[in-house]
Design a protein around this ligand. Structure first.
Ligand SMILES: C[S@@+](CC[C@H](N)C(=O)[O-])C[C@H]1O[C@@H](n2cnc3c(N)ncnc32)[C@H](O)[C@@H]1O
Length: 420
């Protein structure tokens, strides 16, 4: 307080230094005092969550039994190499309840049993596109609305009830950065995503049961690609990031096909996170660089429903970008100085675009057939890339991860090869 009273003209750097000083001085004492109660609260939350999971599982089994659908867990999964397709739910869906849809300006409102969930119209259109690619069991879209309702409801529950609660775990890379990853390094797949925040139409996500209809290949730790170029921006959970590194190393060791992971994690060095340390010392590390705090942005975790002026927020931490590649992956997608330059330049484009129109100018008229649409570079398919679908899904689907793009709207070909 004295310091604050004394120094009226302190700059942002002074405040940051002071905060750092306080953190070092007081941090250990606060941590020691709070440790027991924080651990107690976390343990309690863990047990309550586990109990809810058990009950949901029971209800799920009862529902399947009522509909005469046999136990999915009894299904035999073979360990073999297959082309990568969205997770198809091996079971027929029980009959779906009726969900009503109406639009309020640019917002799609879905109502079920008096309860309403909302998503921006452009994202509703994106979900239509993803569904068209992935849900071959429903070519007439008869189950589409109920599946969208379940999807949004699932993420609402995951986010939590408070304003902006939980969205921090869903922050995405800016669109120009994804474009550069695709163009420079042949990336066509996100290891951590949701149907709402995915840029590519191939991605892993936390919830195969709701997200599989929209292209998810399931949780990343259960996904074993043998080849391909992947982006990974995991939720900033130390345990998950650590498990992610173990998985990368295992996959890279196992495959002699070109395999590449470009990873974006917070630059947490005080203390250094195990995941970051392990990646920085990995035998597969080909390159790493940092983007400083406050000099780059993330796309909002509520991008599917937020206002356009809330679309980006400045990162309060540095982001480390790490390239883990096996030999064939390095030969194919080497992080050369020119490519790195283009990737970093994309962060600058994204910063300049901050003031530009956001998602509400996104492809409101975009139909699955009319790729491209209008709007700014960052919110929808780049004007310069009219052959693509939506900005939210500008990814060219690839036969083989080679550099030729495959326009959206045609049959989605298999891309990475995964062993399941
Ligand atoms: C930081 S966001 C990534 C946003 C965007 N897809 C990107 O790559 O920039 C992390 C995403 O991973 C999802 N997620 C959480 N657990 C996951 C898991 N086990 N496998 C795959 N995705 C997961 C979250 O729901 C969230 O959408």
């Amino acid at each position: 307080m004295n310091w604050l009273r004394r120094d009226h003209s302190a700059s942002k750097e002074d405040y940051m230094d002071r905060l750092d000083h306080l953190r070092k001085q007081c941090g250990p004492h606060v941590a020691a005092v709070a440790k027991d109660s924080v651990e107690g609260i976390c343990t309690k939350i863990y047990h309550i969550s586990a109990e809810y999971v058990r009950r949901i599982h029971q209800a799920h089994q009862a529902l399947l039994k009522d509909c005469n659908v046999s136990d999915p867990e009894a299904a035999d999964v073979q360990d073999r190499l297959v082309y990568c397709y969205p997770i198809r739910l091996a079971l027929p869906s029980p009959a779906q309840p009726r969900v009503e849809l109406h639009f309020e300006n640019d917002i799609a409102c879905l109502r079920y049993k008096g309860e309403m969930v909302k998503v921006n119209r452009s994202y509703f259109t994106k979900l239509e596109l993803l569904y068209r690619y992935s849900s071959i069991d429903d070519p007439r879209f008869e189950k589409f609305l109920s599946r969208v309702w379940c999807l949004i409801k699932r993420y609402l529950v995951m986010f939590g009830a408070g304003v902006n609660e939980g969205t921090g775990l869903q922050g995405a890379l800016p669109v120009p950065v994804f474009e550069a990853l695709n163009k420079q390094f042949g990336v066509t797949f996100e290891c951590f995503a949701s149907p709402l925040n995915s840029y590519f139409k191939q991605f892993c996500s936390a919830f195969p049961d709701t997200d599989g209809f929209f292209g998810s290949r399931g949780p990343f730790l259960n996904f074993s690609p043998a080849s391909g170029s992947f982006e990974a921006n995991p939720p900033f959970s130390e345990e998950l990031m650590d498990a992610m590194v173990t998985h990368f190393e295992k996959l890279l060791e196992k495959s002699s096909e070109p395999l590449s992971f470009i990873i974006f994690v917070p630059e947490w060095r005080d203390p250094l996170t195990p995941a970051l340390h392990r990646m920085e010392t990995s035998a597969f590390l080909r390159h790493q660089m940092s983007v400083p705090a406050f000099e780059h942005e993330y796309r909002s975790g509520s991008q599917h429903i937020c206002k356009k002026e809330e679309m980006y927020y400045k990162a309060v931490h540095g982001t480390v970008i790490i390239f883990l590649q096996n030999a064939a992956g390095f030969a194919k997608w080497e992080p050369t100085p020119e490519r790195i330059q283009e990737l970093l330049a994309a962060y600058q484009v994204s910063r300049r675009a901050l003031g530009s129109p956001g998602p509400s100018s996104a492809p409101t008229t975009l139909s699955p057939a009319s790729a491209g649409g209008s709007g700014d570079k960052d919110s929808i398919a780049a004007k310069t890339a009219p052959e693509r679908s939506a900005s939210l899904d500008t990814s060219p689907a690839r036969q083989d991860n080679s550099s030729s793009s495959n326009p959206v709207g045609k049959t989605t070909p298999p891309s990475e090869t995964a062993s399941v």
